[in-house]
Design a protein around this ligand. Structure first.
Ligand SMILES: *[C@@H]1O[C@H](CO)[C@@H](O)[C@H](O)[C@H]1NC(C)=O
Ligand SMILES: *[C@@H]1O[C@H](CO)[C@@H](O)[C@H](O)[C@H]1NC(C)=O
Ligand SMILES: *[C@@H]1O[C@H](CO)[C@@H](O)[C@H](O)[C@H]1NC(C)=O
Ligand SMILES: *[C@@H]1O[C@H](CO)[C@@H](O)[C@H](O)[C@H]1NC(C)=O
Length: 382
């Protein structure tokens, strides 16, 4: 496994130093006998983005300053967190090299031979024009929705497999991580104070439809193993807790201090519809694994001490502005923020994204179970 020191050179290598090695003889596993998880392709948003956002959009964002990257990489890596993300723990567990290189830093087939990551921070399942038509401020909604990420994937697949048979072999021996995606479709509207019942809740079927379309495209191309994560426990996210503090009363919170209506939305609207859809497209020759990020995150929030977190660290951001839940304003984590002494004891990093410690817990619980059934590794290690 690469050490923390090894990762920056890889990024720099992609960015400027090393010329791309010409790849003449990339070998792919033989059809039939291929392992199911020889490479990983992932899609989604900032929970999964390992550098696409900062490569393509404003290089001026705070994620390119410390304390982002403080815990693992030792410096900012383009990830919206203090270290590794769930996708990084998955690539590590699959013993794939390089921490999930972002698509926008690659060029040739060789750069993509172990898979690549198409996730972009802020990205939505529905395309950007949908939100434009709703009259939303597009400044933090990137034009890289799921459809666009799928187009990128099709480009990569062509590069990797010039012939149809090669492409089929690649598809059947790859693992696909479809998300988490869709959370931002709701988040952007919540952040822009749109009415919940009139505009946000009715989006669920549209969002699920986009995810279904994407999964069907992958299956149509020959995918055999797809992991589809659900939304996290939105009602336990510090930024939302702070945002809705003034309009909430005692009865709006559960015993752990999370907003019931928002968790209910994440689990009983979005995740339930998502699981129904996955049952609908179930096929005996294809493994679709639902990854229960919601359940895994709630487990830590309800029992922080049991899992190495502190009680304070359950609902307060590690890095923030000192306001309620240390997340009194959006994007409040930067070089001058109030930082917790030990991010490993906090669930939320910056009020929206999780810490490496929390991502690690969620990743283990879907790699080994019990928050994925079957567990990812049971399908990847034969
Ligand atoms: C980049 O960041 C600097 C320092 O925060 C700021 O002064 C400048 O206006 C920013 N530039 C853009 C294009 O946002
Ligand atoms: C965006 O999504 C809408 C609704 O699904 C669809 O009608 C439209 O064609 C899409 N546009 C692009 C550019 O994909
Ligand atoms: C607080 O605001 C949200 C979003 O507008 C709404 O859905 C929720 O019901 C409100 N809570 C209360 C207690 O009014
Ligand atoms: C850093 O975040 C604080 C809030 O935590 C904010 O007041 C300040 O303007 C931010 N600074 C920059 C350079 O973004």
């Amino acid at each position: 496994m690469a050490s923390s020191m090894a990762v920056l050179p890889i990024l720099l290598c992609f960015l400027l130093i090393c010329p791309y090695a010409a790849v003449s003889a990339v070998r792919y596993p033989a059809p039939g006998g291929a392992a199911a998880c020889s490479r990983l392709f992932s899609f989604g948003d900032s929970f999964t983005d390992t550098g696409n956002y900062v490569t393509s959009l404003s290089p001026n964002v705070t994620v390119l300053t410390l304390p982002f990257g403080k815990t693992f990489f030792g410096q900012p890596s383009g990830r919206f967190g203090d270290g590794r993300l769930i996708v990084d723990f998955i690539t590590e567990a699959l013993k794939l090299p390089a921490f999930s290189p972002p698509y926008l830093l690659g060029k040739t087939a060789g750069d993509f031979r172990h898979g690549t990551n198409f996730a972009v921070a802020g990205a939505t399942a529905l395309n950007q024009s949908f939100f434009k038509d709703l009259g939303l401020d597009l400044s933090i909604i990137p034009p890289y929705s799921l459809n666009v990420q799928l187009e990128w994937f099709e480009h990569v697949l062509q590069l990797l497999g010039p012939t149809e048979q090669e492409r089929k072999d690649i598809m059947s021996s790859s693992l696909f991580l479809m998300g988490e995606v869709g959370a931002n479709d709701y988040n952007h509207l919540l952040f822009q104070k749109r009415p919940f019942d009139a505009e946000i809740r009715p989006l669920v079927p549209k969002v699920i439809q986009q995810i279904e379309n994407a999964i069907k495209v992958l299956i149509g191309l020959g995918a055999k193993t797809i992991v589809v994560p659900g939304n996290v426990a939105m009602g336990c996210i510090p930024r939302f807790l702070a945002m809705f503090q003034s309009n909430s009363s005692h009865g709006d919170y559960d015993a752990a201090g999370c907003l019931k209506w928002l968790n209910d939305f994440a689990e009983n609207d979005h995740n339930r519809e998502l699981k129904r859809m996955l049952h609908r497209i179930h096929h005996p020759k294809i493994t679709i694994i639902y990854a229960d990020y919601y359940g895994a995150m709630l487990e830590i929030i309800r029992n922080p001490l049991k899992h190495g977190f502190t009680k304070d660290g359950a609902l307060s951001a590690c890095c923030g502005d000192g306001g309620p839940y240390n997340s009194g304003s959006p994007f409040s984590c930067n070089a001058t923020s109030t930082l917790c002494p030990d991010p490993a004891k906090f669930v939320s990093w910056d009020g929206i994204h999780l810490t490496e410690a929390a991502y690690s817990f969620v990743a283990r619980s879907v790699l080994d179970g019990p928050y994925a059934e079957p567990s990812i590794l049971s399908k990847c290690i034969s």
